[in-house]
Design a binder for this molecule. Structure first.
Ligand code: NAD
Length: 496
């Protein structure tokens, strides 16, 4: 991969995108976008308030009810979404550079883990646009009764900072394929790629108002979307704390529907007969890719006591040699945490692990070596002797911190795996695949990987059990969340 430090990024228009126009916010506020690897400001973007959100929702409503979008043939709608995906792919390097700068992830991760997959997701859902169909129902009596599948309407898509492009595409793909219109609000930490997405959608020919982008803080911009009486659905990825506020806002406004993709504390279960070479590598990248800022990060490794010492020692060696540094350098394996606040949160968890008696096997603090002192870098950290009750075994850290726990039999492994409020993802490592399938049914999570980790495909649903969320992203299961079902009854003349 080329060293990108010499490249200068092309910034998008630093305006809100509402009704096909680039506009300034009504109240004129801005928010700063900071490069977390250097602590330097990149630019200011508009900070939307309720008045801007109201304009965006009205535009989305008009586009849904009376614009060309609602009348368009499904095939034509699919063609526009495909064109959108092609433009994203064409501009993937520029977007990845922007994303690396505003997020602190390596350029490689931005390209291969976020922007490229985002384009693929749009392409996948483009193909669904003309395949959405209802059914004829076998009711009793002289009736012809059938179901129509109709778009839910105006969607508020509220997304976080860890995968700003692909998570936006996880919402946009099915919403647009279903025929909805969207108000997209990116995280205040990573608004730049969302502005580019809005611009590319217009370039692709999406009619005005179909995709509106409002940059701004959770409160007031996100809050205004959540409380707006004319938003039909919120598709959200982020924290459980915000999800609870969205539910309250829905209850206090129009009972809008919600899809919630929240956090996790995903266990990787290592049985003694596992392929250690593969499992060590998967556990390493499972928690340290994207600097641990991954909702399904394998942040707990549960190892059978027979294998524990050898396995954990190998993991720790790998972590000690990880290359942390400039996200734009071609050989960097891990960049900077997204913000000073996130750095503080992660360091707080590291302290709590130490205080509660876990053993630091690698890392264990901030990385301030050389130029890294200006940014928000953390050493890849591995804790051994972690007990299931410790905070670092229970709570989502969302940083490069791995907790290693011992188990003595499979029943105990399942009990520990299911022993947090979360249920997003899990993995099972063993050569006994029949046993793995049995365990897969006992683990309470929306995804189970057997002898692999972090595998994604647009055709496979992703989402959580329990406090990890409601509904699914990706695959035809996600489409359902943007459709509603209407039963149409026709009385037929009796044939006697
Ligand atoms: P967050 O909940 O603070 O923010 C997510 C989005 O919600 C941002 O756009 C933010 O501006 C907005 N928001 C904040 N307060 C709001 C409010 N009161 N009303 C409406 N919108 C509001 O989460 P974050 O810090 O950006 O992201 C990290 C969290 O997201 C982690 O907990 C992580 O596990 C979770 N996450 C989950 C998934 C998944 O697919 N399950 C993926 C990525 C991140």
């Amino acid at each position: 991969m080329t060293d990108a430090r010499s490249l200068s990024p092309r910034l998008p228009a630093l305006k809100l995108i509402i009704d096909g126009q680039y506009v300034d916010p009504v109240e004129g506020g801005t928010l700063p976008v900071v490069n977390p690897a250097t602590g330097e400001k990149i630019c200011d973007v508009p900070s939307a308030t309720g008045a801007d959100v109201d304009k965006a929702v009205r535009a989305a409503r008009r586009a849904f009810e009376s614009g060309p979008w609602g009348k368009m043939n499904a095939s034509d709608r699919g063609r526009l979404v495909r064109r959108f995906s092609e433009l994203l792919w064409q501009h993937r390097e520029a977007l990845s550079l922007l994303e690396s700068l505003e997020n602190g992830k390596t350029l490689r991760e931005a390209l291969r883990g976020d922007v490229g997959p985002g384009a693929a997701t749009l392409s996948y859902f483009a193909d669904w646009a003309n395949k959405i169909r209802g059914e004829v129902l076998p009711v009793d009596g002289p009736f012809l009764t059938y179901c129509l599948k109709e778009p839910v309407g105006v969607v508020g898509a509220i997304v976080p900072w860890n995968y700003p492009t692909s998570l936006a595409c996880w919402k946009l793909g099915p919403a647009l394929a279903a025929g909805c219109t969207v108000v997209l609000k990116p995280s205040e930490l990573t608004p730049l790629t969302a502005l580019e997405l809005g611009a590319l959608a217009l370039e692709a020919g999406l009619p005005p108002g179909v995709l509106n982008v409002v940059t701004g803080y959770g409160d007031p911009a996100g809050e205004a979307i959540a409380r707006h009486p004319d938003v039909d659905k919120i598709s959200f990825t982020g924290s459980g704390r915000t999800a609870r506020r969205l539910l309250q806002a829905s209850a206090a406004s129009n009972l809008k529907k919600l899809t919630l993709e929240l956090g996790g504390k995903s266990p990787q279960i290592i049985l003694p007969d596992a392929d250690f070479d593969q499992a060590v590598e998967a556990c390493f990248w499972g928690v340290f890719s994207n600097k641990g800022e991954v909702c399904n990060a394998g942040s707990r490794v549960l190892v059978h006591e027979q294998a524990y010492d050898a396995f954990v020692e190998r993991l720790a060696e790998r972590a000690k040699n990880m290359k942390v540094g400039d996200p734009l350098a071609a050989d960097t394996e891990m960049g900077s945490q997204v913000s000073a606040k996130q750095l503080e949160t992660v360091l707080g968890y590291i302290e709590s692990g130490k205080q509660q008696g876990a053993r630091v096997l690698a890392g264990g603090g901030r990385d301030t070596e050389g130029a890294k002192a200006k940014g928000y870098f953390v050493k890849p950290t591995i804790f051994g002797d972690v007990l299931p009750t410790m905070r670092i075994a229970q709570e989502e850290i969302f940083g490069p911190v791995l907790s290693c726990l011992r188990f003595s039999d499979e029943a105990q492994a399942v009990e520990i795996a299911n022993g947090t409020p979360y249920g997003l993802a899990a993995s099972i490592w063993t050569r006994d695949v029949a046993k793995a399938h049995v365990l897969a049914r006992r683990v309470k999570s929306g995804v189970v990987w057997i002898n692999c980790f972090n595998e994604f495909d647009d055709a496979a649903p992703f989402g959580g059990y329990r406090e990890s969320g409601w509904g699914r992203d990706l695959s035809h299961h996600a489409l359902e969340g943007y459709l509603q079902t209407k039963a149409v009854w026709t009385k037929l003349p009796s044939d006697s």
